[in-house]
Design a protein around this ligand. Structure first.
Ligand code: GRF
Length: 191
C-alpha cells in the first residue's frame, strides 16, 4: 500500500520541493498534496511547476480543523510533513494523526526553538551567541511549538566569521540531505 504524504509549507518551499523530488523515485511513498496558509507563498508556484496538487486555507479555516481533515481524508493522507509551516497544528489533527506529523527545525532544539523562532531569526541568534555548532532537529509535533519528541538531530560547525546567511546555507544543506531520508525511515518504521 502506498503511504501518502501531505507537505504543509508557508513560505519558499525549497524543502517541500526536495521532498517531492525525493519521493518521486519511491515505489511506496508519495507526496500527494501541498497545503499552505498563504495564497501568495512561493511554495505554491513550486507545486504548480512540480505538478503536485495544492490547497490554501485561511488561519481560521485551518484552526477549525474540519475542512483540512476532510481534505486529508479525500487524499487518503497517512503522514503530514511540515516544511516551514508557521501555524500551530490544531488538536483535531493531532488526534487523527498521532505520531504522524513531523517537523524540521533549523537549529538544535531545545535551543533556539519556540514561538517566533523561525527563519533567519534562528540563525541570527546563533551567530549573536557565538555558537560553535548548530544544525537541524527533526521531531514529532505535539501541542507546544518545537517541543515534540526528537527523532533525529544533525550538527554542523559554525565558524567565527560565518554570517547568519552562511549559517542558513549550511543548515539548508543538512535539511535537504537528511529530511527526506529520515521521513522515509519513519514511515518504514525504522525510526
Ligand atoms: C527551513 O529552514 C525549515 O527548517 C524551517 O523552515 C525553513 C523552510 O525553508 N522549519 P523552505 O521554505 O523549505 O526553503
Amino acid at each position: 500500500m502506498t503511504q501518502n504524504i501531505a507537505v504543509f509549507a508557508s513560505g519558499s518551499g525549497s524543502n517541500a520541493e526536495n521532498l517531492v523530488n525525493y519521493f518521486r523515485e519511491s515505489p511506496s511513498i508519495k507526496v500527494q498534496l501541498i497545503v499552505s496558509n498563504k495564497a501568495d507563498a512561493p511554495v505554491l508556484e513550486r507545486a504548480k511547476r512540480l505538478g503536485v496538487r495544492f490547497a490554501v486555507f485561511s488561519k481560521n479555516e485551518f484552526e477549525n480543523g474540519k475542512k483540512i481533515l476532510s481534505l486529508l481524508n479525500d487524499f487518503d493522507i497517512h503522514f503530514i510533513v511540515l516544511a516551514g509551516f508557521l501555524l500551530k497544528i490544531p488538536e483535531e489533527l493531532l488526534h487523527v494523526y498521532p505520531d504522524k506529523i513531523i517537523n524540521i527545525h533549523p537549529a538544535l532544539l531545545p535551543k533556539y526553538g519556540g514561538k517566533g523562532m523561525y527563519g533567519d531569526k534562528v540563525h541570527q541568534e546563533v551567530v549573536l551567541n557565538k555558537e560553535k555548532q548548530t544544525g537541524i532537529t527533526i521531531h514529532y509535533i505535539n501541542e507546544n511549538y518545537d517541543e515534540g519528541q526528537i527523532i533525529r538531530q544533525v550538527v554542523c560547525e559554525v565558524s567565527e566569521d560565518d554570517s547568519p546567511a552562511d549559517v542558513a546555507t549550511k543548515v539548508h544543506a543538512l535539511e535537504y540531505q537528511y529530511y527526506p531520508r529520515v521521513v522515509e525511515q519513519i514511515i518504514a518504521g525504522l525510526q
